[in-house]
Design a protein around this ligand. Sequence first.
Ligand code: ADP
Ligand code: MG
Length: 623
Amino acid sequence: MALLQISEPGQSPLPHQKKYAIGIDLGTTNSLVSIVRSGMAKTLADEQGRHLLPSVVHYCKEGMRTVGYEAAAKTLSDPLNTLSSVKRLLGRGSGELKTLGNEMPYEFEVDGIGMAKIKTAVGLVSPVEASAEILRSLVSRAESNTGSSIDGAVITVPAYFDEAQRQATKDCATLAGVKVLRLLNEPTAAAIAYGLENSNEGIIVVFDLGGGTFDVSILKLSRGVFEVLATGGDSALGGDDFDHSIAEWLYGQTGLDRSLSPKEQRLLLETSKAAKEELTKSDRVDIDVLDWHGTLTIEIFNEMVQTLVDKTIRACRRALRDADIAKNEINNVVLVGGSTRMPIIKEKVEQFFGLEPMTRLDPDRVVAMGAALQADVLIGNKTGDDMLLLDVIPLSLGIETMGGLVEKIIHRNTTIPIAKAQEFTTFKDGQTAMSIHVVQGERELVDNCRSLAKFELRGIPPMVAGAAKICVTYQVDADGLLNVSARELTSNMESHIEVKPSYGLAEGEITQMLQDSLTSAREDMLSRALREQQVEADRMTEDLLAALNKDAEALLDKNEISCLHAAIEELNKLRKESTEHRLLARQIEAVGKLSENFAAKRMNASIKKALKGKSLDQIENNQ
Ligand code: ADP
Ligand code: MG
């Protein structure tokens, strides 16, 4: 999951410098290209007026390749050379391709560098190469439409795409010769198309039922920045399954008891798909297939797809739970994907969320439109700063404190630029230097976070532990550059360092670190509690041993002394061996109780000593 996009206010270019930026929805089933004209996002049609481009590439023996409708028409006659749904294969390793490949009709081969490729009439083709053909086709559509070359594109990806899948998508663009301005999450694009970022705050559910996949995303919008709280769905549930339901029903109706030829199967499926789509416009559809004539009503259809619809609703429930969001907290539900045109989907979604879903925009086009709006801003066509796009810190920035614990100073998802300061103090008497360790991550222990930088603040005037005041400031500028400074407030000694937090950290690693922090939250809490007790145990042992060395003989009897030593020993043993913070806490308390008497005696003794030989005047003057 990538965490929010977006940066820099739009600049106003001179009119003759108009730049062309496009938004591309590179879909599993269909792809689209969109552009902003007079502030409105429009999807572009091909010469026949069709907006959708089927995500299908056909390779023929002569080395020719076709894309879109023309390619899709070859599915039946030349299945091995007609590649569809290649988006499912993008960024997947050869191991994953083996399982995925089983569900596809193609032959796979692993090339010299371990990349899985598809065997076609023109040789081995990688999923990236096939997707690049689709991109090329969309870009050339945009070029002929604008009569100009295209300066950049925003390409959308599913919110759950990992780093490898995102990287593969970028590779497609490079191969197609398109400059990627940004990859944008599909649900975020849909929300932008509806202008939801202008509402500034809110929880948005994006329900995306496409041809072969179902994705539900829970987005949180705060101060104009989108955060993906949870994603869910089913990568093997989409419009195709609804086609299959009708096909099965038809098979039963026609009374056929023989297996169908591939051509007949295809015909049955195509008829089913057409019937399904017709049923979004009318209550019944007449069907004429394989010598069978009959009628399919919306009631029968709704009944046969009930389990499919229920599955989508269950996934919504799960995603809400993952995001820890209650239904009444949701502000908007957005429908995306051609399959959300089915009335039964709209009805059930509305029923489940108790909120009328947004359907004003064409569910096929909404993702591409949002991408185009974003592309327009990023290329600098948007005037003024009314669409101030913001970037956020993907992982928390913190500082190492005693016991290897992390104190977060700037929390993840904070909008930059930002500066935050926090005060710390010394741990030991007379401490004159302090080492500042800057870390990044969500976990509680330094060992589980990423170390960004270490530096030292020297020249702290010697004081008793806890008396020095060290102010540590973390400042992140608009480019994501972190500057950390530390200043001792009584002496004004200062030291600082500059680090680039995201340097060398791929998006996938960020995701991994976030996932780790979620899955390890409980474990982390326990280890933090343990570390805290360990630090406390060390402090107590050190203090008590020093006090015993100094005053034990004068103030305690032998028995008391050995009792205290035994208690300290037990504390140290637990400190080393116990992994249970409560046990350690109990022993710390026990040692504390046991040493109370000793502490009281020392206090009295020191007061007596302080008072000895002083006049009342001196005492009153606090000398
Ligand atoms: P993807 O995002 O996976 O590329 P799309 O959003 O383009 O997919 O959705 C394609 C699916 O939408 C197909 O299964 C198609 O049958 C379905 N679809 C398109 N129009 C309609 C309609 N009017 N009624 C029902 N389903 C439709
Ligand atoms: Mg889609």
